[in-house]
Design a protein around this ligand. Structure first.
Ligand code: ZN
Length: 224
């Protein structure tokens, strides 16, 4: 799932390197010491682009809805929700991503001010080519792309919470070694969760994306 993480950590070093104490300082608390319910952000727009293979989408609508629903379940306690505002398809040439170039090519299919999620049949690890990945948070590189451009790719083999995991990367988080944490590879016996530091990082990143208008509210983009 992580394949993009090493690259991600390097490129996003500034944010990832923020001390946890600074991030935690932005978390409110009540007099009882319980965390205050965070102020909700506006729902965020997701643009879904599904690869076609043999003329058919590589995943069906229920699969997509399940991924988005799970992401909302995991993010919404922290004031962050997602809404699919548009759906697209892309040609079979983008169905099986074998290398970095294949991933970068998706940068040309991005939609401004939305979270772009690309759904593919298969996604090969670019560092360990014998492995197939379930998803990745990726920064397209090339003269055509802004340095801040980034996107999410999810493979048809993905488990039900892979979109949520990749969105965790999208908002600045690396991996966790705590079983059950959504940013861990190990599922626990509790529903997947973010810890307080991860939540602070998500909210910090999101505030910045909104300030820069790299993302806007779902309500602000036209729905088809
Ligand atoms: Zn990952």
């Amino acid at each position: 799932m992580l394949d993009g993480t090493r690259r991600f950590a390097l490129l996003r070093g500034g944010l990832a390197a923020l001390p946890a104490v600074a991030l935690l300082a932005s978390i409110g608390s009540t007099a009882t010491g319980q965390p205050a319910a965070p102020a909700p952000f506006p729902a965020l727009p997701i643009s879904v682009t599904t690869a076609l293979e043999g003329g058919e989408p590589v995943v069906d609508d229920a699969w997509i809805a399940g991924q988005v629903e799970n992401a909302n379940t995991i993010f919404s306690p922290h004031g962050v929700t997602f809404r699919v505002v548009e759906r697209h398809t892309m040609p079979e040439a983008h169905a099986r991503l074998e290398n970095r170039r294949d991933r970068h090519a998706l940068g040309h299919l991005q939609h401004p001010q939305r979270i772009d999620v690309f759904l593919v049949r298969s996604l090969r690890d670019v560092d360990e080519p014998e492995r197939m990945r379930q998803g990745v948070h990726w920064r397209p590189r090339g003269d055509a792309f802004d340095a801040r451009a980034h996107l999410v790719i999810v493979s048809s083999i993905a488990g039900p919470t892979v979109l949520a995991h990749e969105l965790g990367h999208y908002f600045g988080n690396g991996h966790s070694d705590v079983p059950g944490n959504i940013m861990s590879y190990e599922r626990g016996d509790v529903p997947p969760f973010f810890d307080a530091t991860q939540v602070a990082r998500i909210r910090f990143s999101l505030r910045r994306f909104l300030q820069r208008e790299e993302l806007v509210a779902a309500d602000a983009v036209a729905t088809p």
